[in-house]
Design a protein around this ligand. Sequence first.
Ligand SMILES: C[S@@+](CC[C@H](N)C(=O)[O-])C[C@H]1O[C@@H](n2cnc3c(N)ncnc32)[C@H](O)[C@@H]1O
Length: 255
Amino acid sequence: MSEITRKNGRYWEAMAGHRRGETVEHLRSGGEVISPEELAVIGPVAGRRFLQVAASVGDAALSVALQGAQAVAVDIAPSHVATGRAKAAELGVEVDFRVGDMTALPEDLTGFDTIYISWGGLCWVPDLPVWVADMATRLSPGGRLVIAEHHPVWEVLSVAGPDLLALSASYFEQTWIGERDLAKEPQVVKELGLEWQPHRAFVWNLGDVISAFLRAGLVVVALQEFGDREMYPGFAHGQHLPSTYIAAGERPKCD
Ligand SMILES: C[S@@+](CC[C@H](N)C(=O)[O-])C[C@H]1O[C@@H](n2cnc3c(N)ncnc32)[C@H](O)[C@@H]1O
């Protein structure tokens, strides 16, 4: 494991015990975890093999398992995985929860119909082309790598006033330009005021994502951008900017 990933793992474990995700009741009643737009890209899940990486407490894996998928959830923070296992037991559903590094997955995690990463997961991948190439080998033919993430434009912009945005990072290089925007820290950090732990996240722009798919031999089957003005709180024009995106690459049925 790289030193960066080891530090990031410590950062996450420091707050993982406080992070619960959706309630068991929400999951049991079929409450939304994966958006309709993501589900449209993922396709039917019943009887399919689904891997969620950087899964936190594995809510997406739990939700597809409740719909009949064979689900695996991997996260680097042991306390997240423990919470996920407890939720699975309460729900009476089977999910194979593993503590692990998504950049060094064990060999047996292969043959998936969907590999899914979402909402603050991709920024912990230090080398995107290498990681996507590895995920591509773990898909079954016709399987899809589905990324549902914060938009890189949102990642690099900070609200500085109702009519003013500041740049906190480069869209093109892995460099911070201004102060790291506290609004981008995990919710639990803001709520608990936890002590700052060294960590290092990465901004992967849309060109990086699509190029990594193509280099890994995946066919691009989805690239959608969405706006959400609430992700630019205090800025008067947030509806005109991208906030999130979904990208998916499919392993060809015949390689
Ligand atoms: C913002 S959370 C993801 C949230 C999750 N997608 C959700 O919607 O609940 C980021 C997660 O990535 C995990 N993580 C960071 N680096 C990782 C790595 N190298 N391998 C596996 N998990 C990692 C952290 O422990 C944390 O649970």
